[in-house]
Design a protein around this ligand. Sequence first.
Ligand code: HEM
Length: 387
Amino acid sequence: MDADQFEGIRRYVAFDADASATLADFYTHVAPHVPDIIEDFYATIESDPEARAVISGPEQVTRLKRSLEQWLIGALRGPHDLSYVANRKRIGLVHVRINLQQRFMLTAMNRIRLRLEEHVADFHSNDHELQRRVRRALNQLCDIELAIMLDAYHEYLSERIRSAERLATIGQLAATIGHELRNPLGIIESSLFLMKQRSAKLGLNDEQLEKHHEKIQKQVLTCSKIIANLLDLARDRPPKRRREQARVAIQRVIDELSSKVEVQLTVAPELTLDVDLDELSLVLSNLLSNASDAMGGKGTVHISAERFKGGTEIVVQDEGPGVPPEVRDRVFDALFTTKARGTGLGLALCRRIVHAHGGELELVASREGACFRLWFPELPEEPGTAR
Ligand code: HEM
């Protein structure tokens, strides 16, 4: 949502500077009741199995109550400017990412609206005109909040659909090409094997011939990798997520990498990660192989992981030249590549995998090198199993 759209919403609900000031004034009266409003808000979530299901555990409940208090204070006190819109949009995105259905935003907002309205009657109890203005401003505010939050859902889902459609089309093409190429490649590979056998049998000890055999072998391997990537991209199966020890899982991927790149790992031993290990392996090996290419084989990749917002965050940072600003928005687009020999499938595949986990993969700003941030939500707790 941009500045014009925000102005449009304000105009639509007729929310002006006077309404902002009225709410700030009302805040001084309602402030002592904020903890009660938040307890009621949370109790309502608790009483609804579907709403409760998105909550990952007691840690998150504490955070949620604290965030909600800040949200409520900010909503009433303002200022209702562009930084407020950016903040609300970010909050909206948090709900999209935890898979909270939109209807809960409407019902939860209504709950808050009603609880706030209950306190209007004893605010300047003789001034009915002021009370009318407060009620009106509260309704306008809740509508603006909802409009921004729902807009975040719309933007996010439109982007997902756009990228899913693109991937689906490319995926179909990828599957066809992948299957079509697998057979001829298999034939090349077995013919190469027979040729080598034949050379040995005939006692041909020709260095040039062997060099060409090696070259063919290497190129066949590269083609096989591309085909594997194409088929992975085409396959759209849900991940089989399990709780893993983060450090062990990441270390295993590093150990299995064919291109050796120096990695510095900073992960607490007790940290867990709810992922499909094979899929994580694909993502990390793609990121590490990109990092290795970007650094020309020299330098270190720094991988760290920690708990973050109801899940586990992994940061992968290299010491290469970084991603040029003009292509940052496109790096996850399938078929987009800056490498002379790249296919543009790796990062698209990584993002598809992370999204299938309900997680996030983004390129974040960094002072040095390219820095990718992955976030995997934790699986909902089984009843009776505390984390
Ligand atoms: C009027 C409606 C709501 C408002 C104003 C609201 C506000 C907030 C805010 C301010 C945050 C913190 C975002 C951040 O800074 O990262 C948040 C996060 C969250 N909200 Fe809501 N929320 C609403 C509805 C709900 C509902 C109905 C649920 C149902 C379960 C919910 C679950 C969560 C969860 C799980 C988080 C993430 C907490 C964390 O891990 O830090 N919210 N919400």
